[in-house]
Design a protein around this ligand. Structure first.
Ligand SMILES: Nc1ncnc2c1ncn2[C@@H]1O[C@H](COP(=O)(O)OP(=O)(O)OP(=O)(O)O)[C@@H](O)[C@H]1O
Length: 841
């Protein structure tokens, strides 16, 4: 390209004709070569500064040649002009392309810088994560060591506390102190720490989330910018292609040295600058956000770790406690299982007990007479030694004798009876001394209760002078008293409750209660607010074509959901007791002036078993617990005429009752029983007659001044007992006595005679005792009784029916006479030593 054009020979005219410069051929070749070179460079679109210099040099050379008038051979003026235009355009393109390439280069650099920056960031992040992991591992190791220490400490504390709790539980003092030694503060502290940490964790998590969101935003921005760069690149390519298109002949020729820029490239340049700036800012923000994120992540990690530690710790404590609780629950369920088994067994035992009690009642006899001596309430009187019986002991066939020297005084005149010592021969079936408790008496009454529960009729009377302890023994006035002190009524109710509960799975029970008062031979319904009622005849429940007399009274059902509602029953009784007629007598400031009759009707229906008639198996038993008004002498009534009239009424009805009992005890089945002679006995006939269980509790006072009443009561008790013994004896000796042809009046359902066999030597030094009780310790005045010839044939008056004459009146001492006569008669029959006949009329 550096060769100079050589001069050639041609005619100047021809050259001017054709408009061609007459230069040498080499010059044309150079021009051609240059043009080829320019075209090639334009094709590959990579014009460099050198190419531009070459073109400039060529142009200068041609210009100077033309200026000197040399011309170029073979090249026309037009060709040269066109060539220059092409050169000018190529130079322009070259300049433009150079600018754009430079910008492109810058953008590319920026992009690669951004990418590097991002790569750096990613690298830093990765390193940070690796470092963080290392740190975490280290931290974890340290924490693990710390945790083990802490855990051990806590475990020791918990073990200590659990041992403390167990100790307290074993002692039964757990929960008795305000502070059981349980470190609840520790648990509370932990709980509050967990709360604080949880809050902090939430805050840090929020910061972390925000940082991550910012980074995500930056990433998005970077992507947007990258996309913009790419778009610009595309634009540039498109421009360069456009510019590479052949120029139109009319386009002006630009000088090769002019500024190579256009509005579009300037715009693109501006955009690129903005993008670069944005990227720098975004990088800055990304750095900041990354720093904040790392800090937040560190904090969050710390917190997470702490929370995890606390959680682990708490979980372990909870697991320890849970396993404790599980163990306790397992033990409890085992115990409950055992308890259920034992309860079931107990239920069966109790059920069997109720039956056994019934059988025992049959064996003991349908009529039983028991005697109880009330303790001395105030100052003990030494003179009263002679009536002290075996304390707290139950003695069958007790013979109560006086001091021999005093026997002669037994003929004391009637007027001097009060002063006479209480010497008594005779047999008592069952005697409770001054130290006997209500529980002892209930043990004897239980069989009768069992009979009522199993569907029989049973009646318990408390008989005795005013103040002798009838109400105390029955518990009529104290139905809500606790069982330790309670009388027969609350105890019977509790026993019934247990029996009903024990049969819960097989029987349905309905118990109704009636509470009546008989005052002046009239019946009052204490449940219906002391309303007077009469007697009516009705069908006996569960039995066809059997009628019985009932008081036309209201009743209260005291069972609900198959259970005895003890509270309701107590409420009924205590409300009724408040309505009872009481009054002050010389013997008792709160004397019961009426007979109170508490009746429990017990209906049982078996859930599964059926009787012969196809109906469900059922039972219907009645239990009467009767607190009789106090028997008393005319003078003891005290007070006005009305009180005396009350006394007369009381004594008349008691006298009838006594005659009924004695007639019942009489072995002669033809003996008339005067049930109809008083309202009380009329009403009770269905519960005293054949097959019914009757217990007569005769209560006596220990006071000397009460001796006349005591004799009266003991006489009654002894008469009934002796008559029973006669019945028993006759039943046992069917060939040897008149009674042999006469079956007992009150045969039991088992067909046996149920009177206990008296010892052939009742004065034996070993009085028979019940259960495992030790033999009674006898006091000095407690004599061995004379032998009772129990196999002696019963003759004479003892078997004759009680005369039905005039009803005894108060003051004629009929009862005393009657009471006194019977022991004497008995003893004579039995061939005893002459009995003291102090009570003859
Ligand atoms: N075994 C006993 N132990 C202690 N105190 C008794 C005993 N028996 C009776 N008492 C007391 O004797 C007093 C009279 O007893 P209670 O009222 O039971 O006699 P009562 O026979 O029902 O008399 P009344 O026929 O006049 O109603 C009461 O204060 C009672 O607490």
């Amino acid at each position: 390209m550096s060769g100079r054009p050589s001069s050639g020979s041609s005619s100047p005219e021809r050259e001017q004709q054709h408009g061609m410069l007459d230069h040498s051929q080499p010059c044309a070749q150079v021009v051609q070569t240059a043009q080829d070179e320019v075209n090639r460079l334009a094709r590959i679109n990579s014009i460099t500064t050198i190419t531009a210099e070459v073109l400039n040099a060529l142009c200068n050379y041609l210009k100077s040649g033309m200026a000197e008038g040399h011309g170029v051979r073979g090249v026309t003026q037009a060709q040269l002009e066109s060539l220059f235009r092409a050169f000018g355009d190529k130079m322009k393109i070259c300049s433009q392309q150079h600018d754009i390439s430079t910008h492109l280069e810058i953008c590319k650099n920026m992009q690669s810088k951004c990418e590097d920056r991002l790569l750096d960031l990613i690298k830093i992040q990765k390193n940070a994560i690796i470092e963080q992991k290392d740190r975490e591992q280290e931290k974890e190791r340290c924490k693990q060591i710390e945790w083990e220490k802490f855990h051990k400490n806590i475990n020791d504390k918990f073990a200590e506390q659990i041992a403390l709790i167990k100790g307290k539980a074993a002692e039964g003092t757990l929960g008795m102190d305000d502070d059981d030694g349980v470190d609840t503060g520790l648990l509370k502290k932990k709980a509050s720490m967990v709360d604080v940490l949880r809050n902090e964790k939430a805050t840090m998590q929020q910061v972390l989330d925000e940082s991550e969101a910012a980074i995500a935003t930056l990433k998005r921005e970077t992507e947007t910018k990258t996309a913009e760069i790419r778009a610009l690149q595309m634009e540039m390519q498109r421009l360069s292609q456009d510019e590479g298109a052949p120029a139109t002949p009319s386009s002006p020729l630009r000088s090769p040295g002019s500024a190579p820029s256009s509005p579009r490239s300037r715009e693109a340049n501006k955009k690129l600058m903005e993008t670069q700036k944005g990227l720098l800012e975004a990088n800055k923000r990304a750095d900041q956000a990354e720093r904040a994120r790392r800090e937040a992540a560190d904090d969050a990690e710390d917190l997470r770790q702490e929370i995890a530690d606390l959680k682990g710790e708490t979980r372990q404590q909870l697991e320890a406690l849970r396993s404790e609780v599980d163990g306790a629950e397992r033990r409890e369920s085992l115990l409950q299982e055992d308890y259920r088994v034992v309860e079931k067994k107990l239920g069966k035992c109790n059920e069997a007990n109720a039956k056994l009690f019934d059988e025992l009642a049959d064996l003991k006899g349908n009529l039983r007479v028991m005697t109880r001596v009330r303790p001395q309430l105030n100052e003990p009187d030494e003179d009263l030694e002679d009536i002290e019986m075996a304390p707290g002991e139950l003695v069958d066939q007790l013979q109560w004798v006086g001091v021999p020297d005093e026997r002669n005084q037994s003929t004391t005149s009637r007027n001097n009876k009060e002063a006479a010592p209480l010497n008594w021969y005779g047999q008592f079936e069952c005697v409770f001394g001054q130290n006997a408790t209500n529980a002892d008496i209930f043990d004897e009454v239980k069989p009768v209760l069992g009979s009522a529960f199993n569907g029989k009729n049973a009646t318990v009377f408390a008989y005795g002078q005013s103040g002798s302890g009838k109400t105390y023994t029955l518990g009529t006035a104290a139905v809500t008293a606790d069982l330790e002190q309670g009388g027969l009524i609350p105890r019977s109710v509790e026993m019934l409750r247990q029996w009903i509960a024990d049969r819960e799975e097989t029987w349905d029970y309905e118990v109704t209660v009636e509470f009546l008062e008989i005052f002046a031979d009239k019946i009052y319904d204490l449940i219906a607010g002391k309303k007077e009622v009469g007697l009516v005849t009705r069908d006996v429940p569960g039995k066809k074509s059997t009628k019985a007399r009932y008081a036309d009274c209201s009743s209260e059902t005291v069972t609900s959901d198959g259970m005895l509602d003890v509270e309701l029953l107590q409420e009924v009784l205590s409300d009724g007791s408040k309505l009872r007629s009481t009054g002050s007598t010389l013997k008792n400031s709160e004397s019961s002036r009426s007979h109170s009759v508490l009746t429990l009707r017990i209906r049982g229906t078996h859930r599964f078993q059926r009787g012969h008639d196809g109906n469900p198996r059922s039972t219907y038993g009645v239990l009467n617990l009767i607190d009789l008004a106090g028997s008393e002498k005319y003078e003891a009534s005290g007070g006005d005429a009305a009180r005396r009239k009350e006394g007369i009424d009381i004594n008349i009805s008691l006298s009838t009752l006594k005659r009924v009992i004695e007639a019942m005890a009489n072995p002669n089945p033809k003996t008339h029983i005067p049930f109809r002679e008083s309202t009380l006995t009329r009403m009770l006939e269905p519960c005293m007659g054949n097959g019914c269980k009757v217990i007569m509790l005769t209560m006596v006072s220990p006071l000397k001044e009460d001796n006349p009443e005591t004799r009266n009561t003991l006489g009654f008790a002894q008469n009934a007992t002796n008559a029973r013994l006669q019945t028993k004896k006759a039943a046992e000796n069917p060939n040897g006595s008149s009674a042999s042809s006469q079956p007992p009046r009150t045969p039991t359902t088992t067909g046996k005679t149920n009177i206990p066999v008296p010892s052939s030597r009742p004065n034996s030094s070993k009085p028979s005792t019940t259960g495992s009780r030790p033999p009674p310790s006898r006091s000095a005045t407690f004599r061995a009784p004379p032998p009772a010839p129990l196999n002696t044939t019963r003759t004479g008056d003892s078997s004759r029916p009680r005369p039905r004459g005039r009803v005894p009146r108060l003051g004629d001492d009929t009862e005393n006479a009657f009471a006194a006569r019977e022991p004497q008669e008995q003893q004579q029959q039995h061939g005893l030593a002459p009995a003291p006949r102090r009570f003859t009329k």
